[in-house]
Write a protein that binds this ligand. Sequence first.
Ligand SMILES: Cc1cc2nc3c(=O)[nH]c(=O)nc-3n(C[C@H](O)[C@H](O)[C@H](O)COP(=O)(O)OP(=O)(O)OC[C@H]3O[C@@H](n4cnc5c(N)ncnc54)[C@H](O)[C@@H]3O)c2cc1C
Ligand SMILES: NC(=O)c1ccc[n+]([C@@H]2O[C@H](COP(=O)([O-])OP(=O)(O)OC[C@H]3O[C@@H](n4cnc5c(N)ncnc54)[C@H](O)[C@@H]3O)[C@@H](O)[C@H]2O)c1
Length: 486
Amino acid sequence: MDDFDVIVVGAGPVGENVADRARAAGLSVALVENERAGGECSYWACMPSKALLRPPAALAEARAVAGAREAAGGRLDAGAVLARRDSFVAHWDDAGQVRWVESTGAEFLRGHGRIDGPRRVTVEDARGGRRTLTARHAVAVCTGTRAKLPGLPGLARAGSGGESPDAGVRPWTNREGTSASRVPDALAVVGGGPVAVELASAWQALGSSVTLLVRGTGVLDRMEPFVGEYVTEGLRGAGVDVRLGTEAAEVARTAPDGPVSVRLRDGGELRVDEILFATGREPRTDDIGLDTVGLRPGDWLEVDDSCRVGGVRGGWLYGVGDVNHRALLTHQGKYQARIAGAAIAARAAGVPLLESDRWGAHAATADHDAVPQVVFCHPEAASVGRTAAQAEAAGLRVRAVDQDLGAVAGASLFGDDYRGRARMVVDEDRQVLVGVTFVGPGVSELLHAATVAVAAEVPVERLWHAVPAFPTMSEVWLKLLEGYRG
Ligand SMILES: Cc1cc2nc3c(=O)[nH]c(=O)nc-3n(C[C@H](O)[C@H](O)[C@H](O)COP(=O)(O)OP(=O)(O)OC[C@H]3O[C@@H](n4cnc5c(N)ncnc54)[C@H](O)[C@@H]3O)c2cc1C
Ligand SMILES: NC(=O)c1ccc[n+]([C@@H]2O[C@H](COP(=O)([O-])OP(=O)(O)OC[C@H]3O[C@@H](n4cnc5c(N)ncnc54)[C@H](O)[C@@H]3O)[C@@H](O)[C@H]2O)c1
């Protein structure tokens, strides 16, 4: 059968969830994947990076507690960490995920999906076999992103990259940075975003001497400014050579097994075994047939709040997850998948969409107002919603309240000499929180309470009645609220 209600191209976490939601609504679904079901997230991004980062965090947490510290003096066992990582990526075998997809009743097709005019998708398998599918209701593009390499002299595929890096320098991207099985003695990491910070932390902990080249004035600059300061201090404390305001100007590897030399813009030079570029992402839309429906190949897909792509006659095309550039995070893409799946099902059934309801089933409103993110370095950085500066730039009248996390009993029990900070940003006109940020060891699990407060627009007066348990780190909420009330 080559006619389906819905065709999903790309079986990363987002495509899998669009397929699942459409199946749950009783629609027939084809899910097309040209590499591995589970996508970048499962094999070369979230899961392997977190598997690499958890052992050093556990060790650092133990070493921060007198009594435990004495028992935790040894070195990280890199081989065991890499082996544990391998088990978290199922040894790069997607059989389990394919079984899960099939258990939903969706048909899983292995091959490269390309749109071929309205509501039609061709699937080309590795042997060149071709199948043409038609969609009665919707095609959802969930093809994600690949690493974007800068246009530097020495990098052959300047301006793009990802799966097949340059033959000479053989730059690492997130793929090698999460899947390598050998620890390089010296590693340069270029970038100051979450990928750079997480992978610099991980490889330093595994035994590399890491140099982090950040062209801006700080790392993680989309979060509150104090986050970058704490994280830089943590990276330096772990031994990473963090160089701010520094850019690579040229890279070269003269002998196949020799080192990479990196010429810096300020005239300096580095010699490393490998260089990892964590310089952002580009959408995988260059070869998916966008031109056959009047869109430009290589562009991010512009979508409305139901994730429907604009400018396509008949409104049958959706762009969900990283590919729409709304929030490049797995959990947010899966949220969009739940929204898009519900919208596709409603439109297929001729049920009016709850478009006027910002917080209804068919609008991914949280993408604008309440995106949570945790960067799993040491200390951890966690935020939801807007920073104070972003809120002000959006025209809100806000007040930011800060709290030293080390002054909270739960934090001082968590680790001796605990260092961390929290900020909540209150919209003074509506008396609700529009942003919350934490930085410090172990703060990741504090974040969801903040996400509930921001997404649910809980009034500050009512938060006063949400009493945190003593002596947990969550008592930071009480301190923040006391700070706000004065
Ligand atoms: C190192 C790293 C760490 C990260 N850590 C986190 C984290 O801790 N938490 C978090 O929330 N986010 C994290 N992210 C971001 C997260 O990986 C992405 O947001 C997420 O993978 C997006 O999911 P997706 O399904 O949209 O795309 P992807 O995961 O990229 O999946 C897209 C799928 O589509 C397939 N595909 C592409 N083109 C075609 C085609 N033409 N035909 C068929 N199939 C195709 C691909 O093979 C792939 O399987 C991290 C990213 C990186 C790089
Ligand atoms: N834990 C997490 O939630 C997590 C972890 C990793 C990635 N992600 C997501 O994946 C996405 C990609 O992350 P990323 O860190 O690759 O991208 P990013 O866009 O967040 O950061 C890119 C960094 O590279 C720098 N850069 C860009 N071009 C450069 C150049 N030519 N030379 C030097 N520096 C350059 C930028 O200034 C920036 O610091 C992000 O949206 C991120 O949120 C999330």
